[in-house]
Design a protein around this ligand. Structure first.
Ligand code: XUL
Ligand code: CO
Length: 434
């Protein structure tokens, strides 16, 4: 025991009327909803980087957090892991996620960094034998170190491409070793700052080739998890190539990878791209790309990636309704890619940020599940498209031409009568559940 969370006991479900800060009011992992335990529907994950590696800086000031594991030695890294697994246990979270750079000190050479990563992977493996927490996904940090300032796979320097490929191999090996459910690629620096120095065609070819290598390696080592791309439109780069779900789909099609790679959709990134979270989720599902979610919001006023814990039940309910329509998570889950506010110094803040987020998600999920079970919304949607079940409509779609359709419009004197979209009625229905 490290005693970092001194005196904080395991969080239990106490029901909506509890006045205990350190209790769940809505997240009851064992409650069965739609035939499955809530824990299995929601599949919560803690993000190692924000909770244990982020020092509390912002563009105007540095570190505010003081943690006994801040330091660049393996002893620090092991202490950090010990505290992390203590928090996973207090929260009862089934999963965690990490980047290489969150968990090990950077070495003086690639070989030393690799040795450090492998040693921490061993440490994680030993801890996971005593813990119920599993790995939702691993990933490589190809954006913080200055070597990646002009991109990783899309860098003009082939040596950075090589370094990035070797890094992703190491992170995939660690993820595979720890039986990760997914492997994520977020290309924070895969984009450009100015077109004046950028060759878009080359950079796209490099990114496509890189992803093909990732998919080949997955099959070579027999990694059974899902490869996920996490779209984001900008920040840190001015323009990022994985802008949104639609852009990622076009990229995957171009390189023949649409059957191999899915998406990890983040709430805050969806908003930065000018979409809603539910739009990105619905589109991912309709394109066969839905994989996992990062459930962290941005501040709607400041307009940048503030990575806050979710606090808005109606918004999260829209998201979980789309998750249910997509058939729920398979390898994916709900990762809190969220950090505390930099004034939230206390160990208790770290616990309470997650407790609140898990409760908001559970409450939203239950509302979405009740509406899904009720079926009225899906019935209304199906009725709206009911005309397409008629034989003539089916034939038109299957074998019609402009000429045959035109002949039928004239012959049958077709004259469509506009019908209400019933939006207000459906909004009222929605609000009866949320
Ligand atoms: C950055 C972001 C990352 C990815 C993993 O905005 O969301 O933390 O989730 O690299
Ligand atoms: Co994210």
């Amino acid at each position: 025991m490290t005693n970092f969370f001194d005196g904080i006991a395991k969080i239990a479900y106490e029901g909506a009327d509890s006045d205990n800060d350190f209790a769940f009011r809505h997240y009851n992992p064992d409650e069965v909803v739609l035939g499955k335990r809530m824990a299995e529907h929601l599949r919560f994950a803690v993000a190692y980087w924000h909770s244990f590696a982020w020092p509390g800086g912002d563009p105007f000031g540095g570190q505010t957090f003081e943690r006994p594991w801040f330091g660049e030695t393996m002893d620090h890294a092991r202490l950090k892991a010990d505290v992390a697994f203590e928090m996973f246990d207090i929260l009862g979270v089934p999963f965690f996620c990490f980047h290489d750079a969150d968990v090990r000190p950077e070495g003086a050479s690639f070989a030393e960094s690799l040795r450090n990563l492998n040693a921490i992977t061993d440490h994680f493996a030993a801890k996971m034998e005593q813990s119920k927490t599993r790995l939702l996904w691993g990933t490589a940090n190809l954006f913080s170190h200055r070597r990646f300032m002009s991109g990783a796979a899309t860098n003009p320097d082939p040596e950075v491409f090589a370094w990035s490929a070797a890094t992703v191999k190491a992170c995939m090996d660690a993820t595979h070793r720890l039986d990760g459910q997914n492997y994520v690629l977020w290309g924070g620096r895969e984009g450009y700052e100015t077109l004046l120095n950028t060759d878009l065609s080359r950079e796209a070819e490099q990114a496509g080739r890189f992803l093909q290598m990732v998919v080949d390696y997955k099959h070579k080592i027999g990694f059974a998890g899902t490869i996920l791309i996490e779209p984001k439109p900008q920040e840190p780069s001015k323009h990022q190539y994985d802008y949104d779900v639609a852009t990622v789909y076009g990229f995957l099609k171009r390189f023949g990878l649409e059957g191999e790679v899915k998406v990890n959709v983040e709430q805050g990134h969806a908003i930065l791209a000018g979409h809603s979270f539910e739009h990105e989720l619905a589109l991912a599902a309709s394109l066969g790309l839905f994989g996992s979610i990062d459930m962290n919001r941005n501040d709607y006023q400041s307009g940048w990636d503030t990575d806050q814990f979710p606090d808005n039940v109606p918004e999260m309910a829209r998201a979980y309704y789309e998750v249910l329509r997509a058939g729920g998570f398979t390898t994916g889950g709900t990762n809190f890619d969220a950090k505390l506010r930099r004034q939230s110094l206390d160990p208790a803040d770290l616990i309470l940020g997650h407790v609140g987020a898990m409760d908001v998600c559970a409450r939203a999920f239950k509302a979405a599940a009740a509406l899904w079970q009720d079926g009225a919304l899906e019935a209304a949607r199906a009725a709206r498209y009911g005309g397409w079940d008629e034989p003539a409509a089916k034939a038109m779609l299957a074998e019609g031409t402009l000429a045959t359709i035109s002949a039928r419009v004239l012959r049958d004197a077709i004259n469509p009568a506009p019908r209400s979209g019933r939006q207000e009625r459906l909004e009222n229905l929605w609000n009866r559940f949320v």
